[in-house]
Design a protein around this ligand. Structure first.
Ligand code: G3H
Ligand code: ZN
Length: 286
């Protein structure tokens, strides 16, 4: 069933575990993620960036496609369709399209503007039972054209944003989208502790791909309740697809059957989902 993310993420925060939020790009990715969640019997957040939604044909298309896939696959675990890093217009469009959850990412606005727009999105979303994620500070690197400086979240600003009624908060704590550079300093645990003490609400760790497991697990004990993963699935998909083609295995399908060519990559996404879900401790549903 489709649900909003509020209760799931709050339960994870209380229980010191974490729900994986995986980005999708198309039908295969959606199926791969849902298959992993169903196999492990865990709740899952499937998210689309603005770029991925545009690629797939818009928010209504994404919502309809994911909902139809959930139904057709007979998925019984809770599934959230979430907008990842939406600007103001995108958040409103995703709400209108029937997403269960939206992130309004106002990191590039003045804080006052971020605050005002977050309040408006909370009002619109909550009226329809849709959960809301906001962002304070910024995530370094780039994801689908969303660029951040990696500015650490300010504790007072975090408190102010948390008071708008949002359901969970993404905070910059040294995390970066995409691959981590060799000289990366690691997560800022002191700031995470201060934020968790100050806001007392579920926190979201973006840029989840490539952070050492021990750091993510430590962060989970300190309030991180939603872990965003995108790049890791892209790497797994690309590697499996490349190996399949380079090994000449596609020749059996005469080299051009898309259903055969997409299978190794799709399976690799399911494997990646299962592996990460295992070590972040996402709890099976009863
Ligand atoms: O919003 C999505 C995530 O923050 C993904 O980050 O590509 O580094 O896993 P990642
Ligand atoms: Zn992100």
């Amino acid at each position: 069933p489709l649900v909003n993310a509020a209760e799931l993420v709050k339960a994870a925060h209380k229980g010191h575990y974490c729900i994986g939020a995986f980005n999708t790009n198309n039908l295969e990715w959606t199926r791969a993620i849902l298959a992993g969640a169903q196999e492990l019997n865990v709740p899952v957040i499937i998210q689309t960036s603005m770029g991925a939604a545009k690629y797939m044909g818009g928010y209504e298309f994404c919502q309809t496609m994911i909902e139809a896939t959930v139904k057709a696959m007979g998925i019984t675990v809770p599934v959230v369709i979430h907008l990842d890093h939406g600007n103001y217009e995108a958040a409103k469009e995703a709400i209108a399209a029937g997403y269960n959850s939206v992130m309004f990412d106002g990191h590039d606005l003045d804080f006052e503007d971020n605050l005002e727009k977050t309040k408006e999105i909370v009002k619109l979303a909550h009226a329809k039972g849709i959960s809301v994620e906001a962002e304070v500070g910024s995530i370094g690197g780039e994801e689908d054209g969303v660029i951040g400086e990696g500015e650490l979240a300010d504790v007072e600003e975090a408190k102010t944003l948390a008071a708008t009624g949002i359901d969970f908060l993404a905070a910059g704590i040294g995390n970066i989208h995409g691959q981590y550079p060799d000289n990366w300093k690691g997560l800022h645990f002191d700031r995470l502790q201060e934020l968790n003490d100050a806001v007392k609400m579920p926190l979201v760790l973006h840029g989840g791909s490539g952070i050492p497991q021990e750091q993510v697990q430590k962060a989970i004990t300190m309030g991180i309740s939603k872990l965003n993963i995108n790049t890791e699935c892209q790497l797994a998909f690309a590697k499996a697809t490349r190996e399949y083609i380079e090994a000449g295995k596609d020749q059996q399908g005469k080299g051009f059957d898309p259903r055969k060519m997409l299978k190794p990559g799709t399976d690799a996404i399911t494997d990646t989902f299962k592996e990460i879900t295992g070590w972040i401790g996402n709890k099976p549903v009863k």
